[in-house]
Design a protein around this ligand. Structure first.
Ligand SMILES: [Zn+2]
Length: 282
């Protein structure tokens, strides 16, 4: 056998491998769709893997942050989160909600698998159950729309390039593990967890609005909440997750107004929740 004969065979193999890889990538892409919006997603890891990573990352957060013992806040978060997750696309998840004591942090976050953190700083801005439903609707939407798994997949793709992915995933390449850790910001700060894209943020707003409406909270309260958020955070350095990559306030409010008629239909049919005011006295 001469070299001239060997070369085409090698390339044939490479082409075949690429074909298989592309075919499986297409399969992955078509398998995942975000709820409500129906957006097709590029996701390389299984739901179970993403959820395990989310749970591990939440343990990491719990070891670093102090959990608030403010009963009023804890009850409000459980009450509202229970209703929101109940009407979400994934009520069966092992949901966990924690209130973290940090009055300066006007923020909240969500991890795959249904682990949600709310900082005490955002609760006076939420003001009432409906305000809190805006925050929690948005966070539960991130989980339901697999935004964490999507973010990890983008991280893997960025680090390895398309060709290496198939090989790396089958071999449990440490580079993949690195990409996953980076995507989650594990070992970094809490704020480093899951920097979502603008598309994901806007999607979480739209799905979240439907969830709060289905849960029995007036979706028009979301607009009032975001107006309060703008006032509360004006001039402050923008914290991650809730503000950094989020659309600007103007864009956000005009989007919410656009989605409001549809959300209102769900609200009208819903089992209405009481909109309690959340007292900020500790
Ligand atoms: Zn978000």
């Amino acid at each position: 056998m001469t070299n001239r004969n060997r070369k085409p065979r090698f390339f044939e193999k490479v082409l075949f491998a690429l074909f298989i890889l592309l075919a499986s990538a297409v399969l992955f892409i078509t398998c995942y769709k975000a709820p409500v919006t129906g957006r097709s997603q590029f996701i390389l890891i299984s739901e179970q893997e993403a959820n395990q990573m989310g749970t591990a990352a939440f343990q990491e957060v719990l070891s670093k942050e102090s959990v608030s013992n403010n009963e009023v806040y804890n009850e409000a978060v459980s009450r509202v989160a229970g209703r929101i997750t109940g009407v979400s696309d994934i009520p069966q998840y092992n949901w966990d909600y924690k209130v973290f004591k940090d009055d300066e942090t006007i923020n909240a976050f969500a991890l795959p698998g249904g682990k949600i953190g709310v900082y005490t700083g955002i609760i006076p801005v939420a003001e009432s159950d409906a305000g809190l439903a805006t925050v929690l609707g948005h966070e539960v939407a991130h989980v339901a729309a697999h935004h964490g798994a999507e973010r990890i997949s983008t991280g893997i793709l960025a680090q390895l390039g398309a060709v290496a992915i198939g090989v790396a995933l089958s071999n449990r390449d440490p580079l993949v593990v690195d990409a996953i850790m980076q995507a989650y910001g594990i070992g970094v700060t809490v704020g480093g967890i899951l920097p979502f894209s603008r598309v994901q943020e806007s999607e979480a707003d739209s799905i979240g609005l439907i969830y709060m409406a289905k849960a029995g909270y007036d979706p028009s309260e979301a607009i009032d909440f975001w107006n309060r958020m703008e006032q509360a955070t004006r001039g402050k350095p923008k914290p991650p997750e809730f503000l950094a990559t989020h659309p600007g306030y103007g864009t956000r409010v005009s989007n919410l107004k656009k989605w409001l008629p549809e959300a209102t239909k769900y609200y009208e049919r819903s089992d209405k929740a009481q909109n309690l005011m959340i007292s900020s006295s500790h």
